[in-house]
Design a protein around this ligand. Structure first.
Ligand SMILES: CC(C)=CCC/C(C)=C/CC/C(C)=C/C=C/C(C)=C/C=C/C=C(C)/C=C/C=C(C)/C=C/C=C(C)/C=C/CC(C)(C)O
Ligand SMILES: C[S@@+](CC[C@H](N)C(=O)[O-])C[C@H]1O[C@@H](n2cnc3c(N)ncnc32)[C@H](O)[C@@H]1O
Length: 436
């Protein structure tokens, strides 16, 4: 393998007027002498400290994430919300950790504002931990990152392999990506063997750690991203990601339903609608609405179970199939695509959008919602988080609003408009119509 440092004998000539001043700035910031001066000079000291803290956070980010993971696995936030602040020794006993380790974790969590020190040497929830205390979706997201971090442990390996053909399939369900062979079959996502048991939770806090999160990478976690025959996936392979999506769906549903009223629609088709979590919410907020989910056969079967358990089978149904191959059920006046488009490449998405246009009644509405790239104030979420996440998954990319608009126009949609959502970090939304 060659050296990773840039060859020092290559001079890149400036090609744009801004290269000059920006090159000057870069050399200044890279200069240890300048940095030494700036961190002591009274007018620049605060910028130097802020920048240093920013760089430090990037360097230490993984450590912070693992402190959070330990808190989530111990169910610390829920415990402190339910029972109030407690001493380190009491928490150590509850969590079955040595007192010294527990204190170390608690102090780390305080430094990250996940927890706060309280009078009489006790620990309570902090401003960043409190929102996590009752959020099953966020907790599940944190836990499943174990799979992502396996892939990211060697980022260059991931980047090199992916450039050889991310998500390419060699026809038998195994990824053509070298070094990331996909194991089909039950072992991959067997909740027992992977250690992942989704939302199944012990009844009380006594020694109640959450189960260890997945031991495999994302390609196995999301098996549909690596095959051209997703309808052939075994039910056990669909379970872990379907549970994660159902647990985290309220985060998305809240954004969508706050931004858009379903009252004027009569028939909703949720394409890639998973196990029907959004469908149930939609049916509950719009009691006149007929709702249908289209997803892979094994996932659609789970949706049917959910509808039955919720007593919604009269208005909610689910059809199984491959949305790239099979026709979508016709007749809906609203189609939703929630967290679906970013999973796939442009060619597949164009095919899917055209199929959605065919399925909708004339003048029908498409509502597309997912995290967008280039979201002001949440840029890291798009290109940094989802960019790397989807690379590890093996297919798809985060797209900007502008790119999604182009794809929608290519697929024949008109009147595309942005629906403002309260927390674009969670999901942004576009509305589009089919011609009458
Ligand atoms: C009351 C006092 C004292 C003061 C008031 C001050 C005030 C107004 C404070 C505000 C408090 C407040 C309301 C806080 C709210 C916090 C919230 C809403 C936090 C939300 C955080 C959301 C996060 C961290 C979301 C993370 C989402 C992730 C990581 C999503 C991952 C999604 C994946 C991996 C999806 C995969 C699907 C695929 C495969 C890509 O298709
Ligand atoms: C990221 S999940 C989103 C699920 C749901 N919309 C949500 O937001 O919770 C993507 C969904 O698309 C489904 N899916 C992926 N490829 C598919 C295909 N070719 N045909 C049908 N469904 C597919 C998956 O089974 C999964 O339920």
């Amino acid at each position: 393998m060659g050296s990773v440092s840039p060859p020092s004998d290559i001079q890149v000539p400036p090609t744009h007027w801004s290269d000059g001043p920006l090159g000057w700035r870069d050399r200044l910031l890279a200069s240890p002498r300048f940095r030494r001066w700036a961190q002591t000079f009274p007018l620049t000291r605060w910028v130097a400290r802020r920048r240093a803290a920013g760089v430090f956070d990037l360097v230490a980010g993984f450590v912070y994430s693992q402190v959070l993971l330990a808190c989530v696995q111990l169910r610390l936030f829920e415990l402190l919300l339910a029972e109030g602040p407690q001493s380190g020794a009491a928490l150590a006993a509850r969590c079955q950790l040595p007192v010294m380790s527990m204190e170390r974790l608690l102090r780390a969590a305080v430094a990250l504002q996940l927890l706060e020190r309280r009078p009489q040497d006790r620990y309570g929830l902090g401003p960043l931990g409190a929102p996590l205390a009752r959020d099953e979706g966020l907790a599940a997201m944190v836990e499943h990152h174990t799979a992502l971090y396996r892939d990211l442990a060697q980022p260059l390996h991931l980047l090199r392999c992916a450039s050889a053909g991310a998500g390419a399939d060699d026809g038998d369900g195994k990824s053509a990506t070298p070094g990331r062979a996909r194991v089909s079959g039950e072992a991959a996502l067997d909740p027992e063997r992977s250690g992942y048991a989704g939302n199944s939770r012990p009844p009380d806090f006594a020694g109640a750690r959450r189960p260890e999160a997945p031991h495999e990478g994302l390609a196995r976690y999301w098996p549909y991203a690596g095959t051209d025959r997703p309808e052939a996936l075994a039910p056990v392979q669909l379970l872990a990601y379907s549970e994660l999506m159902a647990a985290s769906q309220p985060l998305v549903a809240d954004q969508v339903l706050q931004a858009y009223s379903l009252q004027d629609h009569r028939r909703l088709l949720d394409v890639g609608g998973g196990t029907g979590a959004f469908a149930c919410r939609a049916a509950q907020v719009a009691p006149h609405l007929q709702v249908q989910v289209f997803d892979l056969p094994g996932v659609a079967a789970l949706a049917r179970q959910r509808f039955e358990q919720a007593g919604l089978s009269a208005r909610c149904s689910a059809e199984g199939g491959d949305f790239f191959q099979d026709p979508l059920p016709p007749g809906a006046d609203l189609v939703t695509l929630l967290r679906v488009v970013h999973d796939h490449d442009d060619a597949r998405i164009l095919r899917l959008l055209r199929a959605v246009r065919q399925a909708l009644v004339p003048g029908g509405t498409l509502l597309l919602a997912e995290p967008f790239a280039d979201t002001p104030g949440a840029e890291r979420m798009g290109d940094a988080y989802f960019g790397m996440y989807l690379l590890a998954m093996g297919r798809g990319e985060p797209r900007s609003e502008a790119r999604l608009r182009e794809l929608l126009a290519d697929a024949g949609f008109i009147n595309v408009r942005r629906l403002p959502t309260a927390l674009p970090l969670q999901a942004s939304a576009l509305l589009a119509r089919t011609p009458r």
